[in-house]
Design a protein around this ligand. Structure first.
Ligand code: IPM
Ligand code: MG
Length: 370
């Protein structure tokens, strides 16, 4: 039985509650001898700030570097609104992404049949939806320098963020996009704002070049990111894989999440480059939702995005594609039985807690694995 080294970083808000359901899943996988895990846990975000005055410590970063996969919950909350910008909870997440080189963020938006009515869009627009937002995760305005607020001395201040992309950064994310598309419905849509931004001009040019050079067999389409957002809520099924930069990807993936009924449904995988020697890649798995401080500690958070994120770890880090499919089927079966957390509640459904939802999903998985 292969053993995998995991670092669990539950973080803040609902993070620990949804992470508890991953632990339930891990126990099942070990107990039933499907896979075994060497598990470490650490602090990130506000939890780390409270203990160490930084959003993640160097020691925890070292553990993250050594892990086969980092499983991340959520960070942030009003409690830390006033902490210095450099050590705000989100800085821990950004350091993990940047230092581990996790440039490719895969955010699938899948509508489970039982949930097609939970979306704010009409059933026919989302029923059977299965698309991927591929977000560039280590570049762009999130990390560009300068990033400053300067006092102009005349009662005015000036804030600067810098959107910057080099050719290689666009090439490598485009390649991941084309490869994903090729394994799916063979269509890639690239989104930028080349009508306004120089980074958009370069993004468009480089994606075209990678296409012509390496992936001419994949259907490529370009959209301005604002029009893309509009198309995403008008007729999302026109898309297969969408590749876009860090900031547009952040926004468009929240939009895509709501197509599926709730932010609590969307998992994600953040992957680094494949190491030529070891053939492995650094990886972190994180739900798209945040720490939801308003419902934290109430046992009502939806654990599905977190569990499905672990499913992506099985798929992308542990070569357990079959078990990942089973986990997806277990989630679908649990929803089909009418179990719902509060965020996806519907007429006649049974509202359950985070733990009840997690236990039901693991129970379904147990049946499927038997
Ligand atoms: C996300 C989140 C993060 C981001 C925050 C928490 C820094 O919104 O993963 O989508 O902006 O990338
Ligand atoms: Mg976001």
């Amino acid at each position: 039985m292969p053993s995998h080294k995991l670092l669990l970083l539950a973080g803040d808000g609902i993070g620990p509650e949804v992470m508890a359901e991953v632990k339930r899943l891990l126990e099942f996988l070990s107990k039933s001898r499907i896979a075994s895990f060497a598990i470490e846990e650490g602090l990130v975000g506000g939890a780390s700030y409270d203990a160490h005055k930084v959003a993640i410590t160097d020691d925890t970063m070292a553990q993250a570097h050594a892990a086969d996969a980092v499983i991340f919950g959520a960070v942030g909350g009003p409690k830390w609104d006033k902490v210095p910008f450099d050590v705000r909870p989100e800085a821990g997440l950004l350091r993990l992404r940047k230092d581990l080189g996790l440039f490719a963020n895969i955010r699938p938006a899948i509508v489970y049949p039982a949930l097609a009515d939970a979306s704010s869009l009409k059933r026919e627009a989302v029923d059977g939806l299965d698309i991927v937002i591929l977000r560039e995760l280590t570049g762009g305005v999130y990390f560009g320098e300068p990033k400053t607020i300067t006092d102009l001395g005349n009662g005015q201040k000036r804030a600067v963020d810098t959107q910057v992309y080099d050719t290689y950064e666009i090439e490598r994310i485009a390649r991941v996009g084309f490869e994903l598309a090729r394994a799916r419905r063979n269509k890639l849509t690239s989104m930028e704002k080349r009508n306004v931004m120089k980074t958009g001009v370069l993004w468009h040019e480089v994606v075209e070049q990678v296409h012509a050079r390496e992936f001419a067999g994949v259907q490529l389409e370009h959209m301005l990111a604002d029009a893309g957002g509009m198309q995403l809520v008008r007729w999302p099924k026109q898309f297969d894989v969408i590749v876009t930069d860090n900031l547009f990807g952040d926004m468009l993936s929240d939009v895509a999440a709501m197509l599926t009924g709730s932010l609590g449904m969307l998992p994600s995988a953040s992957l680094g480059e494949v190491d030529a020697k070891t053939k492995r890649r650094k990886a972190m798995y994180e739900p798209v939702h945040g720490s939801a401080p308003d419902i934290a500690g109430k046992g009502m958070a939806n654990p599905i995005a977190m569990l499905a994120s672990f499913g992506m770890a099985m798929r992308y880090s542990f070569a357990m594609g079959k078990q990942a499919d089973m986990l997806d089927a277990a989630i679908a079966a649990t929803l089909a039985k009418g179990l719902r957390t509060a965020d996806i509640k519907s007429e006649g459904a049974k509202i359950v807690s985070t733990a009840e939802m997690g236990a039901a999903i693991v129970g379904e998985l147990e049946k499927l694995a038997a």
